[in-house]
Design a protein around this ligand. Structure first.
Ligand code: NAD
Length: 439
């Protein structure tokens, strides 16, 4: 059994002794990660397939894209930014102002099972910013977790980057240690445990969470676009995605048209259990959770896609369920191939409903009307919005990714991830001195 105290001490000692200070050394670490990922791409992709039966998205490709972005920008991101000198006490002739990014120390990254490497990818930025990293992947991806732990141990010294495997008991022990930053990706109830543990050491946290992501469909919506977006969202990892369409909100007159459009689109796939890209439910507990929603709902199943529910295969075809706001389906994030449809009298009622519930990670609106789209963006709060599509804002390079309120705190993606794991230190040098970054 690893002593977490020893491990954290070892990483902190390496950090404090200047082991991560050198930018060339940080770059070398990222190059090593690139070698690990390219050399073992097939093994890693296969391990994720063994855990999730997902083949339509490569976590390795995504992470390599982040690695390339870091390698391209690492010098620039780490460089001090010169600021204009102004203010009554400063002189532009003899004073200089900079923002100097500095690393935080020992970073803990705790990841979920649905995209095990993609959600861990910000560790690349944590290393680039000069931190050491301990990654704790989800125990629900045992094949990936044990393979990645072995590979990281082969390529890295544990004082700079290591993987700790385990479930809640191990994570509880790990969280007793003092970290300098924690990135947690998962669900809000566990996030409260993480935040409480971090508070004991005043450790800052980034929380990437989930929530109920609405898809509002107004009277002018192009239903072929809606069908395209929903099929894409529900096929990718069988709807087990934080930014998936969680429920549809529409008006009484649009409801039959929405159901017809979605039914036609899913019918065209035939038996969903035979669609190669379609993932399975991750484990029996989540399978039972989804089945229990179908059993407890007071709503009506208005459509079932092709293929039969199979416990052995952990397969559930897409279902559309006509529900009201009190229904079981409307209480928690669905996180699967089931899609409730809530009917409200108007667009205004939909906006009010979204505003008066927890802020979602993503929200979606299908409309042909610019003004309605603008109102939706201004009047509702969520981590991000796509109009006439699903998930597109989250894949935009250079855009921040993160939640708000109950769906999370902090921003990730590219430079935002680098900043997340850095302290931006304002520095003023007076009496003619300048900052020697390359010293
Ligand atoms: P989870 O919260 O159950 O688990 C995530 C991690 O927390 C795992 O590593 C797990 O071992 C650990 N954990 C679980 N219980 C714990 C406890 N009591 N104490 C300490 N650690 C504990 O989440 P999950 O089921 O793996 O993932 C699904 C959730 O993650 C969904 O809500 C989804 O929306 C969200 N998610 C968010 C993002 C994002 O980027 N915002 C991405 C993917 C998933």
């Amino acid at each position: 059994m690893v002593s977490y105290t020893e491990l954290v001490k070892k990483q902190r000692e390496f950090f404090l002794s200047g082991g991560t200070a050198d930018i060339a050394g940080r770059k070398k670490r990222i190059e090593t990660l690139k070698t690990l990922l390219t050399t073992h791409k097939k093994e890693i992709d296969d391990a994720i397939f063994a855990d999730l039966h997902r083949s339509s998205f490569s976590d390795v490709d995504y992470t390599l894209m982040e690695v390339e972005g870091v390698l391209k920008n690492i010098e620039e991101w780490n460089a001090p930014r010169k600021m204009p000198v102004s203010g009554p006490q400063l002189s532009a002739d003899s004073d200089s102002l900079y923002i100097v990014p500095e690393p935080l120390g020992v970073v803990l990254v705790i990841s979920p099972w649905n995209f095990p490497l993609t959600t861990s990818a910000p560790l690349v930025h944590a290393l680039a910013a000069g931190n050491t990293v301990i990654l704790k992947p989800s125990e629900l991806d045992p094949t990936f977790s044990s393979l990645f732990a072995k590979l990281v141990a082969k390529y890295f010294d544990e004082k700079e980057f290591t993987v700790v495997e385990g479930a809640a008991p191990e994570t509880t022990e790990l969280l007793k240690e003092r970290f300098d930053h924690i990135l947690y990706t998962g669900c809000p109830p566990v996030a409260k445990i993480i935040m409480a543990a971090a508070a004991k050491h005043l450790t800052p946290v980034t929380l990437e969470l989930g929530g109920k992501n609405p898809v509002v469909v107004d009277e002018s919506a192009d239903l072929s676009l809606l069908a395209q977006g929903i099929v894409y969202a529900k096929l990718l990892n069988a709807g087990q995605i934080c930014i998936c369409a969680d429920y549809i909100v529409t008006t009484p007159s649009m409801k039959p048209k929405v159901i017809a459009a979605l039914s036609t689109a899913f019918n065209s796939l035939g038996d969903m259990s035979k669609v190669k890209e379609n993932a399975r439910i991750v484990n029996d507990r989540h399978f039972q959770r989804l089945i229990s929603l179908l059993q407890k709902t007071k709503g009506k199943v208005v459509y079932k896609a092709g293929g039969e529910i199979s416990q052995a295969e952990k397969f559930i075809p897409v279902h559309l369920i006509d529900v009201d706001a009190e229904d079981e389906f409307m209480q928690e994030e669905v996180f699967g191939p089931l899609l409730p449809i809530l009917t409200l009298p108007s667009f205004d009622a939909a906006v009010q409903y979204i505003k008066r519930n927890e802020k979602p990670l993503a929200s979606y609106f299908y409309t042909a009307n610019d003004e309605q789209a603008t109102r939706f963006i201004k009047e509702t709060s969520s981590g991000g919005v796509t109009v006439n599509g699903v998930m597109s804002h989250a894949f935009a390079p250079g855009a921040p990714f993160g939640g708000v309120g109950n769906s999370g705190t902090g921003r990730l993606n590219g430079k935002f991830s680098f900043d997340n794991f850095s302290h931006e230190k304002p520095v003023c040098l007076r009496a003619g001195l300048t900052y020697k970054h390359n010293l």
